[in-house]
Design a protein around this ligand. Structure first.
Ligand code: MEV
Length: 311
């Protein structure tokens, strides 16, 4: 039997814009998806992840397509019969990179089961192919975080596959709270919607892309300087331009407001939006606890964790 894992992630700044070549800041989180793979006589997927309602059904066809794409990328038969088990500590909530984490975990488990010995670089490239089933035209930020872990600066190269990835190191890990709306979102439709609206209305969207680029650059500096108030303010600005982009939702805005009211330094949606998750910057146990208990009282699932943890 082959085994593998992939990290979950939270995008602190730059989602959606990152698909179009704007840099992004992403951190792996201390929750991962695990996979076990065994050669078999037919394809059998046992998905035992904890998920939001409807996640498994919504993603089922994309999951099968993703596995076929990954097998093809490994120069194997796309219909290779395998027994695949998926589980682990990362919940299947939209926005946490659950699809990328599962792609990386499955790619690693297949590699081990078939003795392919694929290095991380190849696992990442294979998982990127798998991500296409879930996101259509993914930037690659999710699978890169899922493969390597840590906090990183990511810039997609929109003309070839040579993305620019740099690990970032903070003075200390910083507390965050990730809140889940409980709504499953279709990343592919969200990414396509942005591309279409940008094409139709460049006068409105191009300035937003410029604003996004500036704020991600400023956010990286503020993170590295330890100026967390500034990082929070930039996350708030980022949420605002994501609203302008049309990818937020009523529930995401509600959770973002709730977190800010409890003292979060900043809050924004994270990942594809349209449901899924938001992230609040909550340095120190006290603010983190306040935001977490507000979510709990209101009946929302959450993860209280840290960014920039080196695993
Ligand atoms: C999804 O986690 C992040 C998006 O920017 C898509 C991508 O970068 O592939 C929405």
């Amino acid at each position: 039997m082959g085994k593998g894992s992939g990290y979950g992630k939270v995008i602190m700044l730059g989602e959606h814009f990152v698909v179009h070549g704007v840099p992004g800041v992403v951190s792996a989180i201390d929750a991962s998806t695990d996979a076990e793979v065994k050669k078999s006589t037919k394809l059998n997927i046992r998905d035992e992840r904890k998920t939001s309602k409807g996640y498994g059904e919504e993603k089922r066809l994309q999951q099968i397509e993703s596995i076929e794409r990954m097998l093809t990328a490994m120069q194997l038969e796309p219909n290779l019969p395998l027994d695949i088990w998926i589980g682990g500590s990362l919940p299947g909530f939209s926005g946490l990179g659950a699809s990328a984490a599962s792609s990386v975990a499955i790619a690693r488990a297949i590699s081990e089961e078939l003795g392919l010995n694929l290095p991380n670089e190849k696992i990442n490239a294979v998982a990127y192919e798998g991500e296409k089933a879930y996101a259509g035209n993914p930037s690659g930020i999710d699978n890169t975080a899922a493969t390597y872990g840590g906090l990183m600066w990511f810039k997609k190269n929109t003309t070839n596959n040579q993305d620019f990835v740099e690990k970032l190191y903070l003075k200390r890990p910083v507390e965050i709270v990730i809140g889940s709306t409980g709504k499953t979102a279709n990343t592919k439709l969200m990414v396509e919607g942005v591309a279409e609206r940008k094409k139709k209305n460049p006068q409105k969207y191009e300035p937003l892309f410029k604003q996004a680029e500036n704020l991600v650059v400023a956010g990286r500096k503020a993170l590295e300087d330890g100026d967390l108030k500034k990082v929070g303010a930039l996350m708030n600005e980022n949420h605002h331009i994501l609203q302008e982009l049309g990818v937020s939702s009523k529930e995401l805005d509600l959770l973002v407001d709730m977190a800010r009211k409890q003292g979060a330094f900043g809050a924004k949606l994270t990942g594809g939006g349209g449901g899924g998750c938001m992230v609040a910057l909550t340095p120190g146990k006290e603010v983190q606890g306040k935001v977490a208990s507000a979510f709990k009282t209101a009946g929302y699932e959450f993860l209280a964790t840290k960014i920039s943890v080196q695993f």
